[in-house]
Ligand binder design. Sequence first.
Ligand code: BES
Ligand code: MN
Ligand code: ZN
Length: 493
Amino acid sequence: MTVVASALPTVKLEKKAPSKANVLLIAVFQGEEGLEIPGTELLGNSELKSTLEALTAVGAKGKTGEITRIPAPKGSKAQSVVAVGLGNPEKLEDETLRRAAGSAARALRGEKNVATTISDFGLTAAVEGLILGGYSTRGIRSTEAEEDEAPAKITLVSKDGKDEFEAAVIGAEAVAFARTLTNTPSNELYPESYAKYLKEQATAAGLDVEILDEKELKKQGFGGILSVGQGSARPPRLVCLSWKPKKAKKSVALVGKGITFDTGGISLKPGAGMWDMISDMGGSAAVAGATIAAAKLKVGVEVTAYLPLAENMPSGEATRPGDVITHYGGLTSEVLNTDAEGRLVLADAIARACEDNPDYLIETATLTGAQVVALGSRTAGVMGSDEFRDRVAEIGRAVGENAWAVPLLEEHDEEIKSKAADIRNINAKREGGMQFAGTYLSQFVTDDVEWAHIDVAGPSWNGGAARGYTTPRATGVPARTIIAALQYIANEK
Ligand code: BES
Ligand code: MN
Ligand code: ZN
């Protein structure tokens, strides 16, 4: 499998300013009386003063994300100064810095020697913003990248924070890992090739990996995964990744939707825009990235990730509307719409995950168009057990992956009933489509498990231009939310 070409800025941490930096990246603020430059060890007092004058002269205001490039002041060995605005100094938040650093990383493309102290305002946010904002992918091309497209090489100058720095890099790399897989087209990335790639990557990170192929899935009764995959010439897989640290007090199951392409199946999707469905495995990629990060961070909880991988295709062997399937564990579903396939594979994976009796279950999926209608394309919908759902949504917001808690609906407990099977996979009405999917999944979660379902149909993909540290196409959401949730659970008493 060829994954798309992608590149990340090189970010290093040094105690002292490098003597040969060409470009100095500095922070500026929009103060009450105009532009403000905070002190930085990259510039002496008189250099700071002339830099402020020069920036003011060219109209820099210090607004959030504003980028201004000027010649370096006399006395500095650098050639130029790039000033990035952080807005009102009294209202500085991590997310402001993360976004500004992301814009700066793109403005610095092609630069081989940048020094900065923007980490003074938040080390983790600066690292995440620089790495993720500077992430680039060229797809699969016959031509080489131009030199000025190359990601920047940046030295963060800070006396301390080595551990925090390393953890931030691991988190950002998990997001990049998810983005790159999700950006890879489905002729390259299909269940078998994807599973193999995950096995290589996860094994290298020290995880245990198990892959169930179609024969094993059949033997063990994974009827949901098999049903979605049966229309494709490329058979489905179930990948299990586990991280088992010594002395872990809690266990967390993770589940991620891994539809490598979603045509809708016999309930075929319209042609326009169908190409975006290469990203229908974004949930599984975020979960895989987060699980690998958990191992690298040595997070003190047991993590078991289940990734059901299937390609949803129409064919003579595909599942038909009206078919009744038997999930792992025995519950049956009437499949009224083959385009509501994510929930069918997730059902099996959730049932399997609950067999391990985890304390928590976090599952994520590009599950419903209704999520985008309800919350827009940048905010995930979180459903599940009341308290844990609220916590996960809060964690998402705290790391800059916007999320909102959504209630499951009482009426769906009735509407999910089927005349032909235990439950049906779509509701008769269009109302509350995101929540209906949540209620459907809830049927497979055992009672004593704290669970959260994160619908990222919108936020996992950026169909527009780069903004802040969100680059075009796959975003890697919600990898950082999952990592932060694992850390939260590890630190809980
Ligand atoms: N993968 C789609 C959901 C999706 C839509 C993700 C847009 C990203 C962007 C999912 O499998 C799907 O097709 N859902 C249907 C469900 C419906 C048939 C009940 C939908 O939302 O239309
Ligand atoms: Mn679908
Ligand atoms: Zn889908």
